[in-house]
Each structure stands twice: as C-alpha cells, then as structure tokens.
Write a protein that binds this ligand. Structure first.
Ligand code: SF4
Ligand code: SF4
Length: 303
C-alpha cells in the first residue's frame, strides 16, 4: 500500500465516532489542518436554510449539555427527560446523552423553528463545526499519543459551499466559538480515547456511574464533592474549592481530573496524607447513595 493511500484510509478510520451531524453526511476522506481553506457561508437567505437540522445524531458532550440546559433553565434530569436519550457510545461502552429528535415526519431537531435555531447562541458544538468535522486518532508516534485533525462533510442539499466567503478552519472554529467548546470538552474526549484504548472491555458499573454523573449532571457532582468525604480525601487548594462551588466550568475540570484518577488510577488529584483506605470506600458508598444503586439503563432517570 502506498503511503498516500494509507493516509487516506487513516482519515476515515476514526477512533471515536467523528463529529458528523448526519448519517447522510458524506465525509470527504482528506485530513485537514487548522490552516486548510474552504469556501462556505450559511445564512437565512440560502435555499436550504435549516435543511441540515433534521434526522441527525447529536451526542451532547458535557459543556454542550450544560449550556443547553442553562439556557432552557432546566435541571439535568428534566432536560434528559424532555430532550435527551441515554446511549452507550460504541467503541468505548461509556454512557452519553444524545439529543432526541421530534417524532414528526422529518425527525426534526426539537430546537428548530421556521426562523432557524431557537437555541442558536448555545447550540451544540457539532452544529457550530458543521460542515467541518473534527476527529481524533490514537497514534503512538504523535504528540501526546493522539492525532487531532479536521475533515469536511458534504451533503448535496447544502448550498453553503456555493457562497463566496472563504475561511481557514481555525478562523471558522473561532468565529463559531467551537474552539471554546473544544477546550471545555477536551477532558471528556480524552477520557473516551483512554477508555477506547482498553478495548471493548466493560468497566465495573460504579465507574460508568461516576463517568455519567460528572459528564452529565453537574448538580449531582457538586452535591457529591461537597456532601461526601471528597474534600477530606483529596488535597484541593481552598481557592479552587471556592471556584468549584459556583462555577460549573471549574467543576467540570475538577470532575475530569477525578475521573482520570478514579477510572484509570492516574495521579491527577493528590490524596491527602494519611487518608485511610476505609475513607475511599466511604466515597464509593456515598456515590451509590446519590444514585440509589440504579442499573445502567436507569442512570439519569428521575424518580
Ligand atoms: S440545535 Fe439548532 S443548529 Fe443544531 S440541529 Fe438543532 S436547530 Fe439545528
Ligand atoms: S447552507 Fe448547509 S449548513 Fe446552512 S442551512 Fe443549508 S444545509 Fe444547513
């Protein structure tokens, strides 16, 4: 196999399901960088306006979920009950929330109106990126063991490619604030990649529950941090604790570090000197209490 041919195949051999809005999206099998250029503009005047907002599969990473539910003034549980579905993500076997499409003929996005997206400022990252996609491959010889790159998706009905406006992918990400979403969700993506490296081995249920709590329900995770022996167990600077108390973005960052430590035994959080093993067991017990020993299929259900 020639080197060129091999690179082309790598670009579509994704480690993690790529950011791709619809199954009908045609992935252009060329690896792109932030400096790659493309012509595109999406606006209310295009003939296909909102054509890409139906029959789509949108996984909601933690920051996307947080932004949406805050915009709608909903708790995580109410949001999941009304707009979400729990899925086990292929290749990682970890639970994620996807956006539930409406039950109409087109399977429209629940946030679609005749005037466009009614959550536009807080729309999911995949909608921000579109028609660009982002993917990550695990690669031993790449920096940090992984290779992030971009690709283009094209659907015949999308007329945005006929517009004059030209961008680099970096400019597009900044303009759409996808760079902010990527930063906020990076810890989640790294956990998925890490879990993928374990193959299709299931983790003990308690680890899946920890993952689900941190990545979907900041309210529960905050309750866990401040209502369990978490702060007696981990040595966290007071200044950081105060931020975590009120700032969901800071809470998420702490959560990702905790998950790396709890799921993969990485030393991301320092355990206080002299914390006995029994304390760690108690932490697990509190976690179970938060979830009431629910099974995988019930996680996130409200009682
Ligand atoms: S969230 Fe908004 S932009 Fe994304 S699919 Fe739904 S309506 Fe379209
Ligand atoms: S131009 Fe493309 S992205 Fe914009 S509304 Fe049309 S199909 Fe969707």
């Amino acid at each position: 196999m020639t080197k060129k041919k091999k690179e082309k195949m790598e670009a579509v051999d994704f480690d993690i399901e790529p950011l791709k809005k619809s199954e009908s999206d045609k992935v252009v099998p060329v690896k792109l960088t932030g400096k790659s250029r493309f012509r595109f503009r999406c606006h209310k005047g295009v003939r296909c306006f909102t054509a890409c907002c139906s029959n789509i599969n949108i996984v909601l990473p933690p920051y996307d979920l947080l932004r949406l539910r805050k915009r709608l003034g909903m708790t995580t549980e109410d949001f999941i009950n009304q707009y979400g579905e729990i899925e086990i993500l292929a290749k990682t076997l970890l639970p994620v929330i996807t956006l539930k499409m409406k039950n109409d003929e087109k399977k429209s996005c629940p946030f679609l109106t005749p005037d466009g997206c009614n959550v536009y400022e807080d729309r999911p990252n995949i909608c921000r990126y579109y028609p660009v996609g982002m993917a990550t491959l695990r690669k031993k010889d790449a920096e940090g063991g992984k290779d992030e790159f971009y690709f283009m998706t094209k659907e015949d009905h999308c007329k945005g490619f006929e517009e004059e406006k030209e961008w680099t992918i970096d400019e597009w990400r900044k303009d759409q604030q996808a760079d902010l979403y990527d930063d906020m969700n990076r810890g989640w993506m790294e956990l998925l990649i890490k879990k993928k490296s374990f193959g299709e081995r299931e983790f003990p249920e308690i680890k899946n529950q920890m993952f689900f709590m941190v990545t979907t329900n900041t309210d529960y995770f905050r309750e866990f941090v401040f209502g369990s022996s978490f702060l007696e167990t981990y040595d966290i600077p007071q200044e950081r604790i105060e931020k975590v108390r009120t700032d969901d973005a800071e809470l998420l960052k702490l959560g990702f570090e905790w998950l790396r430590s709890a799921m993969f035994a990485e030393e991301t959080l320092k355990i206080r000197d002299g914390v006995p093993e029994a304390r760690k067991d108690r932490t697990d017990a509190v976690l179970r209490k938060v979830y009431g020993n629910k099974e995988k299929g019930q996680i996130g259900d409200s009682d």
